[in-house]
Design a protein around this ligand. Structure first.
Ligand code: HEM
Length: 131
C-alpha cells in the first residue's frame, strides 16, 4: 500500500487521529481531529497534547505518560477509555480514546484515535429520563 493511499485514508477518516511524541508533542493531526477540537491543524502542530484536555488531566498528562514509560503499564493503551476533550472555545465534549504505540527505529510515537460520543451520551440520557 502506497504512502499516498495511507495518507488519503488518514485524511478521510471520520474519527480524529492525533500522533504525539514520547514528550506529548503533537506531530500529526487529521482534518477530523482539528475540526473536533476547533483548531486549524497549524495551531496544534508542535504543541503539547495537554492543550486538548481540561483539568485535572491537563496538569497530569505528562506524568501519566512518564509513568507508562517507566512501568510499561498502560491504563488506556490496549484498553481504551472515555475521556473529556477541551475545544478551542472552552467547551468540552466526551469521546472514546484508543491509543496505539508505534516503535520507530530510534524512538516511539503514540497515536490517539478520537471517537466523539456526544450523540451517544445524549441518547443514553434521554433513555434514562423517559424510560
Ligand atoms: C494516559 C487522559 C489524549 C496519549 C492517559 C491517562 C488519562 C489520559 C486519564 C491515564 C492516566 C492513568 O490512569 O494512569 C487523556 C485525555 C485526553 C487524552 C483527557 C484528551 C484530549 C491523548 C492523546 C494521546 C494520548 C490524543 C495520543 C495521541 C496517552 C499516553 C498515555 C496516556 C501515551 C500513557 C499510556 C496509558 O496510560 O495507556 N491519558 N488523554 N492521550 N495518554 Fe492521554
Amino acid at each position: 500500500i502506497s504512502e499516498n493511499r495511507i495518507d488519503a485514508i488518514i485524511r478521510s477518516a471520520v474519527d480524529g487521529i492525533i500522533t504525539i511524541s514520547e514528550r506529548g508533542i503533537i506531530e500529526m493531526v487529521n482534518p477530523s481531529a482539528s475540526k473536533l477540537f476547533g483548531y486549524q491543524p497549524e495551531e496544534l502542530m508542535g504543541k503539547s497534547v495537554n492543550m486538548l484536555m481540561p483539568e485535572p488531566d491537563k496538569s497530569s498528562h505528562d506524568r501519566y505518560m512518564q509513568n507508562y514509560m517507566q512501568t510499561g503499564i498502560g491504563r488506556i493503551i490496549g484498553i481504551g477509555r472515555e475521556v473529556t476533550g477541551l475545544r478551542k472555545d472552552g467547551t468540552t465534549f466526551p469521546f472514546h480514546l484508543s491509543i496505539s504505540e508505534v516503535h520507530l527505529l530510534h524512538r516511539r510515537v503514540f497515536t490517539g484515535f478520537i471517537h466523539d460520543i456526544t450523540e451517544q451520551k445524549l441518547s443514553e440520557e434521554r433513555l434514562r429520563r423517559y424510560a
